[in-house]
Design a protein. Structure first.
Length: 145
């Protein structure tokens, strides 16, 4: 084919093609820049903080300190733990269970078993029982019902 039969490109077609190519290249460059500059969200920020599981704990020993809202017990092996006392903490004594004024039911040097829960750094006493009121020598669980 000779040059006479070829369709001539008009100046407007060349201009439109150039604009389209410029827009396409600009879009690709803009996307690349955004991808490189934008920080990726960290996985720690997108995930919620894990909830600390509640862990049950039991300690046998003697009371070495008691206040209106806490009790500190020491095991025979020397392990010491302070427990928060709440209105829901149950005191189990030789005279039976009681829930009001748990701290008043015990004194320093009382031999006890403490049942509680730990969530993070918080340790709460669920029940505090005199050694004589718990275990094989203690009263049956339905005593006083």
């Amino acid at each position: 084919m000779s040059g006479r039969h070829r369709a001539r490109a008009s100046k407007s077609n060349v201009l439109i093609g150039s604009i389209a190519a410029s827009v396409g290249v600009s879009s690709v460059l803009a996307a690349a820049i955004v991808e490189l500059v934008a920080p990726e969200p960290s996985t720690a920020a997108t995930q919620s903080a894990p909830q600390t599981a509640e862990q049950p704990l039991t300690q046998q020993g003697k009371i070495i300190a008691v206040t209106a809202d806490s009790l500190t017990a020491q095991s025979p092996n020397g392990v010491t733990q302070t427990y928060r006392i709440t209105p829901r903490t149950t005191a189990i004594t030789d005279s039976g269970s009681q829930t009001s004024s748990t701290a008043a039911a015990f004194a320093v040097n009382d031999e006890v078993t403490v049942v509680g829960t730990r969530r993070g750094d918080a340790v709460v006493a669920t029940a505090v029982a005199e050694q004589s009121a718990s275990g094989p020598a203690g009263r049956p669980m339905e005593y006083g019902i």
